[in-house]
Design a protein around this ligand. Structure first.
Ligand code: FES
Length: 360
């Protein structure tokens, strides 16, 4: 914990018999826009384009921020037309003496929060974030293959900055996918990393070419571009179509080196032929509903008027973890099933196989 954070903690502990958090925050924000009891408020110090459709935001958080590690994510909160929304993004830098955080946002057509961040948030504004989360750890002491599609480059940037700082001689190949040259993010920053890391190789793959089917990751491409893939630990991040393609090739080849994947889109749902009705029960609220094995449990609970905690809605942030009291569910990310009573599951990536009771 930083000195500032520990000072803030002692200060709020000293104040706690005298005033509650909401009252403290109400008055403190009038004196200084970043002062809060426990919430993390940041000043936006820089906004820069890193591709035609992507901006990188640099933030200076208040003393409640507990720091982060390379490859972690954060929740960003935005009040839009009086309604509070949140989205998960990945840090694109590494811990640094200035104590700054950087995250990047791709503009999503029709996306509420991404368009608000692009169009409304300005340098000098203040924004709230949650504490860093995510536990993926790259093995830094062996050759690596990084595969990034679209905004999947964001946690990869954080890893690369970490390697460039601590392991300059690491042997790393990055396969970076984007629709076209304009949407290929972080090219300038990757060139700077390449200048520091003699054994870093960047291969960019533009997927969209007029009149041709899109180029996708497959076995043949891996052979051509990374002939020594077998000796590399791998990390793939991007749309679930990309991460599953990498996982399939890895499994088909029987590779034993570790493979980590992080999908930046909700996992595919079961095909319609295997979908059947199930009974869903919610023990705390006493509610019940006729559900479906073809929809994730988060969406089904919300459709029934419940409001389970959630964040990324794609299995990354663990905000939606909930106790399953009975029944069997499938994890859409791993294909594993959970049948034991009392197991904790992520609602956003779990579909029911049988009747299920949740602690909601
Ligand atoms: S909402 Fe992030 S893991 Fe479910």
């Amino acid at each position: 914990m930083s000195n500032t954070a520990s000072h803030t903690l002692s200060f709020t502990r000293w104040l706690s018999p005298l005033v509650d958090e909401a009252t403290f925050d109400f008055y403190a924000r009038r004196i200084n826009p970043t002062w809060r009891w426990s919430r993390v408020i940041c000043r936006v110090t820089k906004i820069e384009p890193v591709a035609a459709d992507m901006l990188a935001f640099t933030l200076k958080p208040n003393g409640n921020w507990r720091g982060f590690e390379a490859g972690q994510h954060l929740q960003v909160y935005a009040e839009i037309n009086g309604v509070r929304h949140s989205r998960s993004y990945s840090m694109t830098n590494t811990p640094n003496p200035a104590g700054e955080i950087q995250f990047a946002v791709k503009r999503v057509p029709g996306g509420l929060v991404s368009n608000w961040l692009h169009d409304k948030l300005k340098t000098g504004d203040h924004i709230e974030i949650g504490q860093a989360f995510g536990t993926q750890k790259l093995p830094c002491n062996q050759p690596l293959l990084l595969v990034a599609g679209g905004s999947g480059i964001t946690p990869v940037m954080s890893w690369l900055q970490h390697l460039a700082h601590r392991y300059q001689h690491a042997d790393v190949v990055l396969l970076q996918y984007a629709r076209d040259a304009a949407t290929l993010p972080f090219q300038q920053q990757l060139a700077q990393i390449a200048a520091k890391m003699p054994n870093f190789t960047l291969q960019t793959i533009l997927t969209d070419h007029p009149g041709q089917p899109p180029i996708v990751f497959d076995d043949q491409q891996l052979t051509q571009r990374v002939p020594d893939a077998q000796r590399r630990a791998a990390f793939a991040c991007g749309p679930s179509s990309l991460t599953s393609a990498v996982r399939q090739v890895w499994q088909a080849r029987g590779y034993t080196q570790p493979l980590l994947t992080e999908a930046f889109s909700p996992p595919a749902l079961p095909d319609n032929s295997s979908v059947h009705p199930v009974a869903l029960s919610y023990s705390r609220s006493g509610k019940q509903q006729q559900g479906s094995s073809g929809v994730n449990l988060l969406q089904q609970a919300e459709a029934h008027g419940l409001k389970p905690a959630n964040g990324c809605r794609m299995g990354i942030c663990f905000s939606c973890v909930c106790k399953k009291e009975s029944g069997t569910v499938t994890n859409l990310l791993t294909g594993e099933t959970s049948s034991e009573p009392g197991e904790m599951i992520r609602l956003c990536v779990s579909t029911p196989v049988s009747d299920v009771t949740l602690d909601l």
